[in-house]
Design a protein around this ligand. Structure first.
Ligand code: GN1
Ligand code: MG
Length: 368
């Protein structure tokens, strides 16, 4: 769809005049634009089209983001030594926190975070450790914000039962006539489905606490400054009640994969244990006072769980004819699913090592 970016920006309360924009290519769901203004001092803005097919309750979603960013900003102002930043929502001229255009499309604006970059593949252990500290800090700082005030922006987002149900239906319907292309992946899912029910069982039994979590902790949702100090967590659409296991697991899935999410050469996919260890140490450093025993015991396993569930979602979308994730070529979702499943296998082979790294990092943190 043609977007009149300049016109859309006029509805927000900005400093300076619109000067131009660049489209940002990352992300599979929303569309993002960097906005330049005439101001010489202000860093400009980050405009996003919010995908209302996926986020049905944009009002609730934006209210969540405003509560969370306000809470974090307050905490960071009280604790300047943390040297961390938070996204700042720019209101519309009418005071609303999003703009609904005449075509029924939703938009929001953030202040642009200048001179920052992210990583699709983590280059070294220092960066991994910073990332772990940053996501851990994000969760810890939100620990005292009541979660009952937040909407569930995507219901059952990390429910493996619902994801399996959706997958089975897609496989049966086979609308895109692709089921024949994925015999090996079907066998893979069937052989692991049962063991993936462990985390939902812990949730149902009440032994796994529900907290305010990010729920989309891809490593590239951490912004770093020019010294590779972690600066800010972005992509807050799915911040809602969840388990810390979702957040830890999703970061490992992305940060500790030796390959990209859409790598076609599966021999490049593996778990990078030094990166995993550095991330884990950082994460535990920021969360040691918050984590309970059940969370610690399942931290390593959560990486496998999240990798499996996202692989399953890519596979389901492939069967559905690519209706959810943005794709660039016909088998893109299948390529992504294969990467996730290969990574699950690598994690299975290393499961004991991964668990003992968690336990050792935790002991080290306690000893310090
Ligand atoms: C989507 O759009 P992006 O890249 O931030 C998805 C995540 C997946 C991810 C896979 C709302 O996130 O759950 O892990 O793709 N977000 C939503 O790359 O479904
Ligand atoms: Mg996202």
């Amino acid at each position: 769809m043609e977007r009149n970016i300049k016109e859309i920006v006029t509805h927000f309360d900005i400093i300076g005049e619109f000067e131009g924009f660049e489209k940002n290519v990352t992300g599979h769901i929303n569309e993002s634009y960097r906005i330049h203004t005439t101001s010489k001092v202000h860093p400009g803005y980050f405009l996003q089209w919010i995908n209302n097919n996926i986020f049905k309750n944009v009002e609730g979603l934006m209210d969540n983001i405003c509560s969370v960013t306000k809470h974090l900003a307050g905490k960071l102002a009280e604790n300047l030594e943390l040297d961390f930043d938070v996204l700042e929502v720019i209101p519309c001229n009418d005071g609303k926190n999003f703009y609904l255009d005449p075509d029924g499309q939703y938009w929001r604006l953030y202040k642009f975070i200048d001179d920052a970059h992210g990583y699709n593949v983590v280059e070294n252990i220092e960066i991994a450790n910073e990332g772990g500290k940053a996501f851990g800090l994000f969760m810890s700082l939100l620990a005292d914000l009541p979660s009952n005030g937040l909407s569930e922006t995507i219901p059952n987002f990390h429910s493996i039962e619902k994801r399996l149900e959706a997958y089975k239906k897609s496989l049966k319907d086979d609308v895109a006539d692709r089921a024949n292309d994925i015999r090996e992946e079907i066998a893979f899912v069937t052989s692991r489905s049962e063991q993936m029910l462990h985390i939902p069982a812990l949730i149902k039994s009440g032994s796994l606490p529900m907290r305010i979590t990010h729920n989309d902790t891809k490593f590239n949702n951490i912004l770093f400054d020019c010294n590779d100090h972690a600066l800010c967590i972005v992509d807050l659409d799915t911040v809602m009640p969840g388990s810390i296991l979702f957040d830890f697991g999703d970061s490992i899935r992305t940060g500790a994969n030796t390959a990209n999410e859409d790598e076609q050469d599966l021999s490049k996919v593996d778990i990078n244990l030094p990166i995993y260890e550095a991330y884990t140490r950082g994460f535990i450093e920021s969360t040691r006072e918050t984590l309970c025993t059940v969370e610690i015991e399942n931290l390593a396993y959560s990486a496998r769980f999240m990798t499996f569930i996202i692989g399953l979602r890519f596979l389901t979308d492939f069967l559905n004819g690519d209706t959810y994730f943005r794709t660039s070529y016909p088998h893109h979702n299948l390529v992504r699913a294969r990467v996730q499943f290969r990574l699950v296998e690598a994690m299975e082979k290393n499961s004991e090592k991964m668990h003992s790294i968690v336990m050792q990092s935790f002991k080290k943190e306690i000893a310090q």
